[in-house]
Write a protein that binds this ligand. Structure first.
Ligand SMILES: [Zn+2]
Length: 365
């Protein structure tokens, strides 16, 4: 897959949501050129638009993703049926991105985040929607879905991933699987990180990756969220010991067995927020094409909204000031403080594009 594009002539893609062969071109190009794309978790149109704005401003392609709770929030927490809201919110967000992405002039990968065993019905319901969209337009709704069955026995994880990939591949979709466990608050690990504990589950085993490759690559396109000490969330410096060489070990084993170039695997970096820049660069050099970012963009949004409120405290208490009758409409208008939050995301993503070296490298043309 990679290495096919070594000439100066670079394939250009239509701006907008990319799926199928275009998605694979985008991934192969990033790996061949040694850069990665940020995958940003979104929760509403403010965060989606900020990501699109940032991608356009930095001439980078980008990955927009929703967690199950982010999708539910997108649909609205007033909906009583959470299972249905998780599907509807994801579909709503996808349609919003399909409608606008091309206007921003970049390529956008649409993806959904962690789905454990209990959330398999969520993924299958979204694939139902993807099939319907494929019937109408010839393309799926999402580029890929993540299936995170890393808490289950390996053989079950792989068999179920193969079953879902069979459905996804038919409509030009990819899946992301997880091998090993990403630490952090999702798994209740948030305190001291004890590397000497040698918790094998926190570090993906190359043999597991080889098994996944041999089972899944004949079926379709898939990526692997491999664990190399990464954690979700941001902790005090020193608590996270990243070992990107784990990624290289998996690439080397698969390449050695199957002789298909240095980076046969499409690798994904979870828990990228707060990571040391050199470890990010090292991970990318081993074939990581996607780094998830959520905590840092959440903070960037909140910090700016907080600053706005702090600078205009009376506007958040009074419509008209009781002392001097000053009207505060122009300060409490949500377009002012939500915009401040959006700008926080745009700025933070500028840094992410630089860290991942994707600035100026959009394939849209
Ligand atoms: Zn994750």
């Amino acid at each position: 897959m990679n290495g096919s594009n070594s000439s100066a002539e670079v394939t250009r893609l239509q701006p907008g949501v990319v799926t199928g062969a275009d998605y694979r071109t985008l991934v192969a190009h990033a790996k061949a050129q040694g850069f990665a794309l940020p995958a940003v978790n979104v929760t509403g149109t403010n965060t989606v638009n900020a990501v699109l704005e940032a991608a356009a401003a930095n001439r980078s392609d980008v990955i927009i993703q929703l967690s199950n709770s982010g999708a539910q929030f997108f649909a609205g927490l007033g909906l009583a049926d959470a299972a249905s809201a998780r599907v509807l919110g994801a579909v709503s967000a996808a349609h919003h991105v399909h409608l606008l992405a091309a206007e921003y002039g970049v390529c956008v990968v649409l993806h959904t985040d962690h789905a454990n065993k209990k959330l398999i019905p969520w993924v299958e319901a979204m694939i139902d929607e993807g099939e319907a969209h494929f019937e109408r337009t010839g393309a799926p709704l999402f580029s890929s879905h993540m299936l995170d069955l890393s808490e289950e026995p390996l053989q079950w994880n792989l068999a179920e991933s193969a079953r879902i990939l069979q459905r996804a591949a038919k409509i030009g979709m990819s899946i992301e699987i997880e091998l090993g466990v990403t630490g952090g608050e999702e798994d209740g690990i948030g305190g001291e990180f004890d590397e000497s504990a040698d918790n094998a589950r926190l570090y993906t085993q190359p043999d597991d990756v080889l098994q996944a490759y041999e089972l899944l690559s004949p079926i379709g396109s898939f990526s692997v969220a491999a664990s190399f000490g990464n954690v979700h969330g941001v902790y005090k410096p020193g608590n996270v010991k990243l070992r990107p060489e784990i990624l290289k070990n998996s690439q080397d084993l698969v390449a050695q067995r199957h002789g298909n170039g240095p980076h046969p695997l499409d690798l994904v970096f979870h828990g990228g927020s707060g990571s040391e820049k050199e470890k990010i660069a090292q991970a990318v050099s081993y074939g990581v094409f996607k780094m998830n970012i959520d905590t840092d963009t959440q903070f960037a949004f909140a910090e700016r909204v907080g600053a706005w409120v702090e600078a205009n405290p009376r506007a958040f208490k009074y419509q008209i000031d009781p002392d001097d009758a000053k009207p505060y409409k122009s300060s409490y208008d949500p377009r002012k403080w939500l915009r401040a939050g959006e700008q926080g995301i745009v700025e933070r993503l500028g840094e992410a594009f630089r860290d991942l070296d994707s600035t100026g490298k959009s394939l849209a043309g």
